[in-house]
Write a protein that binds this ligand. Structure first.
Ligand SMILES: Nc1ncnc2c1ncn2[C@@H]1O[C@H](COP(=O)(O)OP(=O)(O)OP(=O)(O)O)[C@@H](O)[C@H]1O
Ligand SMILES: [Mg+2]
Length: 261
């Protein structure tokens, strides 16, 4: 059985790709065979964050040039990736959404994956909603900024109205500290629950750190850097909470009881 986690935010530049890459590396390490899918057809960059040079990508598959098995490729020593592409016009050329069947087809792959992490594009269009409605777990990345609130709210509203998605795990990224992260979530939850019958759960926060920004610049995800054990443990706890939140099996992840909350 494949468990799919889709990561979205509405607003761009909030850390979706960075979180998705780090989640996928940790899932491969602690839980099972993992595939990172970059569902961005316009400005894909998950492979760049990993320092990986794709030999084929999602657009080759969508255009029928290659099979899924041919575009899914290993990132040596880490997980597998299905890279997106930058500057593709594939979405403009087709009537339907090219991502509609992607997740079901990945689930149906012969030598399939235990976990799939989908890095959704920014926005809340049909492609984003398709990656969310086909997932077992929807993760929203939220910043303590009005623009992030507005865009995350719009995304959740569309996901509920158009796809009846009601459960969302929230990660507050670029937080100043734990209590401020909690306040950002509480504030957002109050707003959302005033209008929509959906359930949000705060699965964790990640501090704003120069080292994380630098890790993207250096094309080496932060969980691979030396001395990052506390952050790795935190990411493992976030994953544990995401996976515990719904119908999929929870992997054996060692977490201290104080971190589980
Ligand atoms: N916790 C953090 N602290 C500091 N910088 C961060 C943090 N998380 C992400 N960043 C940085 O923010 C920038 C945007 O991150 P990323 O590309 O992952 O965002 P995104 O949501 O995927 O953007 P897009 O919508 O354009 O795909 C990157 O330079 C990344 O390193
Ligand atoms: Mg991104």
């Amino acid at each position: 059985m494949t468990t799919v986690i889709s990561i979205a935010s509405g607003k761009g530049g909030v850390g979706k790709s960075s979180l998705a890459a780090n989640f996928a590396i940790r899932l491969q390490e602690i839980a099972g065979e993992t595939l990172l899918v970059d569902a961005d057809l316009l400005m894909a960059n998950a492979h760049i964050l990993l320092g990986h040079r794709p030999k084929a990508d999602l657009v080759d598959y969508i255009e029928g040039e290659k099979t899924l098995e041919e575009v899914v490729q290993p990132v040596p020593g880490l997980m597998s990736i299905l890279p997106g592409r930058s500057g593709s016009s594939v979405t403009l050329e087709k009537d339907g959404d090219p991502l509609e069947e992607l997740v079901p087809q990945i689930r149906a792959m012969k030598n399939g994956f235990d976990y799939v992490v989908v890095d959704a594009p920014a926005g809340s269009g049909r492609g984003v909603l398709n990656t969310l409605s086909n997932a077992d777990h929807v993760v929203i990345v939220l910043l303590g900024q009005a623009t992030s609130f507005v865009d995350a709210y719009a995304l959740i509203k569309n996901a509920f109205v158009e796809r009846r998605i009601t459960q969302f795990s929230v990660v507050v990224n670029m937080a100043i500290n734990k209590s401020k992260a909690q306040a950002v979530f509480d504030n957002f939850q109050r707003t959302v629950s005033g209008f929509l019958p959906v359930s949000l759960s705060l699965v964790g926060f990640v501090l704003h750190r120069e080292a994380i920004a630098n890790s993207s610049r250096d094309c080496r995800p932060i969980v691979l850097a030396p001395g990052e054990k506390p952050l790795i443990e935190k990411i493992d706890v976030i994953l544990y909470r995401i996976l515990a939140g719904a119908r999929s099996p929870v992997p054996q992840i060692e977490v201290s009881t104080s971190e589980r909350g």
